[in-house]
Design a protein around this ligand. Structure first.
Ligand SMILES: NC(=O)c1ccc[n+]([C@@H]2O[C@H](COP(=O)([O-])OP(=O)(O)OC[C@H]3O[C@@H](n4cnc5c(N)ncnc54)[C@H](OP(=O)(O)O)[C@@H]3O)[C@@H](O)[C@H]2O)c1
Length: 285
């Protein structure tokens, strides 16, 4: 199958290109410099020329705090841009796989969020991702899969483990928030699942939750990162109130699926972290 992948130079996009190739497909990746998803005519033109069998939209404004200063900018990419990609896919009569986020929820629940739970974003970024979900469903009502995932980390981007590893080398002690709980998701695992979903005839319609197994707080995640790197740095818990940020994050955003065998389940986040650490060691060697 030919995959058209937008946002192909991003952390997830790179892994989707690699996973599609590894599975014997023919990926055509569009980095932002090659295709800006906010340009509807360019997106339509690119898809017509690429002649894909499926489109995977990994392009996004992912600067969560930055979106608070420029909600229109985030909406242009995450809302309107997502709609442009789905419209172009529909015009080519192909399926759209679109990536969304746990940040569409308000985080007030204390048991895992499933697909039918009410949304209620508490940040500009979350609102822009919700706008994207609605735009994709509107443009490709019978031919879209919206994959909500969370807390992505991977070798191809600036992610939480990379930041913690850098800080742990520089400092003797780190404070990390312990009152936000979610599912860290290794992009290598998510990318494989996306390619598997895209290759189904047909993929599941609507929203699916695909995130790393298990759950933890950022503090627990950081402790595990530092322990597995063998660095001597004390990791201490703190609260969100101790570390104010421009954007509000959901306090709890564990994602699980209620759609049974239709939806792939990913390995535990700890397995993802082990694979990530092994990859980083290869890069350093
Ligand atoms: N990271 C997370 O923790 C997380 C959690 C849940 C869901 N997600 C979702 O997962 C998807 C992939 O995210 P990621 O972590 O791989 O983010 P990423 O590394 O920031 O990748 C996003 C890519 O989109 C590109 N992009 C930005 N604006 C664009 C535009 N107008 N046209 C085309 N491309 C554009 C970016 O290019 P530049 O770098 O040049 O701007 C970047 O290469 C996104 O939909 C995101 O919302 C992420």
């Amino acid at each position: 199958m030919r995959f058209a992948i937008t946002g192909a130079a991003g952390m997830l996009g790179q892994d989707v290109v690699a996973a599609a190739r590894a599975a014997g497909h023919d990926p055509v990746g569009f980095a932002r410099a090659e295709l800006d998803v906010t340009d509807a005519a360019a997106v339509a033109d690119a898809m017509r020329h690429a002649r894909p069998d499926v489109v995977v939209n990994c392009a996004a404004w992912t600067n969560v705090d930055g979106a608070e200063q420029d909600e229109d900018g985030a909406l242009a990419v995450n809302g309107v841009g997502a709609g442009n990609v789905a419209r172009a896919a529909t015009a080519c009569a192909v399926w759209t796989i679109h990536i969304s986020s746990d940040y569409v929820f308000d985080g007030a629940k204390r048991s895992p969020y499933v697909e039918s739970d009410p949304v209620g974003p508490v940040s500009s970024y979350g609102r822009s991702k919700l706008a994207g979900e609605r735009a994709v469903a509107g443009e490709a009502p019978e031919s879209h899969t919206i994959v909500r995932s969370s807390w992505l980390f991977g070798a191809g981007g600036l992610c939480f483990p990379a930041t913690i590893l850098r800080l742990a080398e520089e400092r003797d002690e780190l404070k990390v928030v312990d009152d936000q709980v979610g599912c860290p998701t290794f992009t290598g695992h998510l990318a494989g699942a996306l390619v598997g979903l895209a290759a189904r005839r047909p993929p599941p319609v609507g929203i699916v939750h695909v995130a790393g197994g298990g759950a933890c707080s950022w503090y627990e995640f950081a402790r595990e990162i530092v322990a597995s790197a063998g660095v001597s740095c004390e990791v201490r818990p703190c609260t969100t109130a101790d570390m104010p940020r421009p954007a509000t994050r959901p306090a709890y955003s564990v994602l699980r699926s209620e759609r049974g065998a239709e939806v792939p389940s990913l390995p535990d986040w700890g397995e993802g972290l082990s694979e990530y650490m092994a990859l980083m060691q290869e890069v350093r060697a």
